[in-house]
Design a protein around this ligand. Sequence first.
Ligand SMILES: [Ca+2]
Ligand SMILES: [Ca+2]
Length: 168
Amino acid sequence: MRISSLILFLTVHAFGFLVLPVLSFGAVDIEVTFFFAPPVADPGQPIGDQIILQVRNNGPDDISGGFPVGFYISTDDQITLSDQLLIGGREFVSSLAAGQEIEVPLFGGARIPDGFPQGPAFLGVIVDEFNQIAESDETNNTAASPINVGGQVSTESRNWVSVKLLYR
Ligand SMILES: [Ca+2]
Ligand SMILES: [Ca+2]
């Protein structure tokens, strides 16, 4: 009995030492697995329906508390809270189970704020926007896609629009 008690004692302590430090790093990881934004848009133009975002919880734990997702317009490809949030550009994911991957729909009327400077920019996203969830990897929560702001439509895009109008 004394030996088995000793083994139990050592097992509990070894378990605690091995597992607790791992848990303290966060047992979930939200990752942006797919992001698409239109290559051209005018300020004020509704573009929410053209933006596609997919996220996954790499686990091993479920996320039940939910987290906000912010869509931003930036002059560089580093998307941070100091960039400009799209008007109507914040959504909320209420839960995400371990291993679950979902598409996060964005409000269709979301748009670049009027007055944003014309020219090359980046449309991006921040998942767990205010870092309220501790994750094993905090570096995979953003994505950015180049966008030309202000109607500088490329020839290819213009042709595509013409073809679509022709067949309507
Ligand atoms: Ca993450
Ligand atoms: Ca986080």
